[in-house]
Ligand binder design. Sequence first.
Ligand SMILES: Cc1ncc(C[n+]2csc(CCOP(=O)(O)OP(=O)(O)O)c2C)c(N)n1
Ligand SMILES: [Mg+2]
Length: 771
Amino acid sequence: MLKAVATDIEALRILDERLRWLSAWTIHHANHVRENDDGLKVGGHQASCASMTAIMAALYFHALGPNDRVAVKPHAGPVLHAIHYLLASQSRDALENFRGFGGAQSYPSRTKDKIPVDFSTGSVGLGVAITLFASLVQDYLTARGWMDEADRGRFVALIGDAELDEGNIYEAIIEGAKHDVRNLWWIIDYNRQSLDATSADRMFERFDEIFKSCGWRVVELRYGKKLSTVLTEHPTLKGWFEKLSNAELSALHYQGGAAWRTRLDAEFGKDAAQFLTEYDDDALASLFTDLGGHCMETLVEAFDAAQDDVPTLFIAWTIKGFGLPFAGHKDNHAGLMNPTQLATLREAMGVREGEEWEKLQGIGDNARPGVEALIEKSRIGRDKRARHFGAVSVPAIPAPAGEEQSTQAAFGRILLDLSKAGGDLADRILTTSPDVTVSTNLGAWVNQRGLFRRDEIADVFAREKIASAQKWGASNNGQHIELGIAESNLFLMLAAVGLSGDLFDQRLFPIGTLYDPFIARGLDALNYACYQDARFLLVATPSGITLGPEGGAHQSINPPLIALGQPGLRHYEPAYADELAAMMEHAFRLIDDPDGESTYLRLSTRSIQQFERADDSWRDGALAGGYWLREPGPNAEATIVAMGAVMPEALAAWDDLRNDIPGLGLLAVTSPDLLHRGWTAAQAGRWKGTRAPSHIEQLLSRLSRSAGLVTLADAAPASLSWLGGVLGQRVSPLGVEKFGQTGSLADLYAAYRLDGAAITEAAAEILLQIG
Ligand SMILES: Cc1ncc(C[n+]2csc(CCOP(=O)(O)OP(=O)(O)O)c2C)c(N)n1
Ligand SMILES: [Mg+2]
C-alpha cells in the first residue's frame, strides 16, 4: 500500500470535486437536458452522491487494491460511473443515457451495467451484507488451496446511514462473528439523513457497540483536520457542537455561515466575539462542514492505518448534498438542482459551458499531472472481468434405488452417493443451511464431507463416544457451512457462493436447504441473488399440507407462485426419485452454463410408490416441465394434471375414472414455471415469425379443444389453473387456498379437496359443463 504524499492528497481533493461535478451533471443531464418523451420523472440523487465523493475518491484512487471488491450504496451509483468514466472504463454515451434504456443504470448492476460492478445494490442492506459472505467464500477458497493467499482481497461496503436500520445487516454480522470473518471494510456515509428526514439521534450512539460486540473495530471519522484543531483549542465550543441534534446540525449546514454566526453569538455572547472575528461567513461554513468524511487527509490516514484483516467499521461524518445548494436540507434526498443552481456549481468548479463532459476540465496545469498519474495508477484491477463457465464436468446422476421413497430422502441419498463416488463436482459442492441441515436430509452428506471452519473444531460427542447419527467435526476442509436460523443469510450466502465463478474465477456449486414456507422469510435476498445472476441450487423441503401432523405454520402454499414470477430461478417439483436425479443433474449443469440459471426444487417427505418406467422417454419432458404419465387417447375429452407429492391420488383417480371417461390422460407437471415461460416465449416468437409451439401447447394439443383439465397440486391452485388459457380448454383447479392444519394425510387431503373424491367431482363437473 502506497502512502499518500501531499501532492496525492491535493490530487485526491481535485478528484473528489470532479466526482461531485460529474455525478451531479450526469443526473442533471438526464433530467434537464436529455429529451424526455413520456414526461416521466427521471430522477437521481445528487445529494446522496455529493455526500460520498470524497470517500469514494480516497478509496478508488488511493486505498483499493486490485483484488478488493466493493458494494456501492445504491444512490451513489452515478459516482461509481463517474469514477469509471475517469478511468476510461465508462463511455460518455452511457452517462448521457443515465437511467435511459441501455444506459448507465440508476443503481449499480452487475448484469446490466457495462462497467465492472462487483455487487449489485438497490435494496438497501443486502449489498452491505453480501460482502461479508463473499469474504467467507474467499476464506473457503484459500483454505481449499483454490486461491492463493496473495490474491486475497478486501470486501468493502459503502453504506448509507439509514441502511443501518435494515435487520439483515445484524443477522449478517452475528453470523460473521461465528465464522470469524475478516477482510471487511464497511464505511458508513453518516450524513444523518435518510430518505424522509434526518435520522434519529438516540440510536446512532449504539451502533458502534453492536459492531464491537461482534468483533469489529470501529473507527469514527468525525472531524476533518481543520475542525478538529479548532474544536481541540475550544473545548466549550466542542461540547456544544457535539450536543447539536442531527436535525439542528443539518439545518445549520443548510443555512450556512451567517446562521452559524447568529447561533454562536446567541449561545456564547461575548465569549464567542473574538472567535467570530477570525472567520467571515464563508470561512465559518467551511470550518463547520469540515467533517471526517469530507477531509481527504483524514480519510487517507484512516484507510492507511487499517491494513490488517480485522473487520472494520468506519463511521465517516458527512453532509448530505455537500457542496450543493441543498446541502443538509432534510428534504434533499431526491432533490435536483435547477439549471441556474447547476450553472453556479459549474462555474464554481471551473467547468466551461459546453465542456461539461470533459474529464479534467478546469484543473490547473500544475495539478493536472498529479491527477492524471493517480488515475493511471488506479486503473489496475478495475477492469470488467470475463465470466467463465463449463470448467467442471457434471456426471450422470443415477436415481437412488427403492420402491418407495420421498423426494426429500432421495435428495439426501443422491448427495451421499455423489460424495462417495467423489470427483470434481462433488468436491466443488458447498452446502449450507440455516439450522435445518438434519431435517432437510443433508446430514449424511455432512457426515461425509464435514463442516467448514477456518479453525478446527472437534466433534465433542464423537470424541466422547456418545452415539449420534450426525458427526459434526469442523475443519478448513469441510464443505458445509452451517448457518444460524436466518433465512436472509442463507440467500445472501447462496448469492455469494453463486458468484464465486465471477468474483474469484472458481466455480462452486452451492446447495442451500430450508423449509419451503420459509422462502418467504428471505424472499428479497433470494430476488437479490437472482438479480445478480448468482447460480445455486435451492432445495425447499418439506412442503405443502402433505407435511401432515406438523401443521399449518410449516405447511407451504404459495412458493410455486413465487417461483412462477421469479426471473433467474427455475422451479422443479418432482414426484419421483428418478425425476429428482435428472433435475439435480440438470441444475448442476445450469449452474456452470453461461445461459443457465438457478434452480429451486420443491420436495416432500411423503414416501410414495415409485413409478415403473418402460424407458427414458419421460426424461426430456420432465426437464421441460411436464410429460404424460398416462397417455391420453386421441382427442380425449378430459385429463388429470398433477404435480409432485399428490401424484398417488392422481394415479388412483385416473384408475377409477378411465372406464367412465374414455381416453382420460394423466399429465405430470414438473415445472409450471418452465411451461409458462415456454408458452409466453412461443407467443412472443409468433410475432417475430417463428411458429414453433411450446412444450405445453404440444402436450395439451393431444386433447380435444373442448377438453376439461382437472389440475391438482399441493400448493395454491393458481400454480396450474392457468393451463386452461393455453388452448382455451376448461379447468377445474384443485389445490390449497386456506392455511393448513395438523392431521393425517387422509384427513387433510379430504378436507382440502386433494383426494380421489375431489378429483372425481371436479371431473364430473367439468364434463357436465362441456356436455
Ligand atoms: C429495502 C429498501 N427499502 C427502501 C428503499 C428506498 N430508499 C432508498 S434510499 C433510502 C434511504 C436513504 O438514506 P441513506 O441510506 O442514509 O442514504 P443517503 O441517501 O442518505 O446517503 C430508502 C429508504 C430501498 N432502496 N430499499
Ligand atoms: Mg443518510
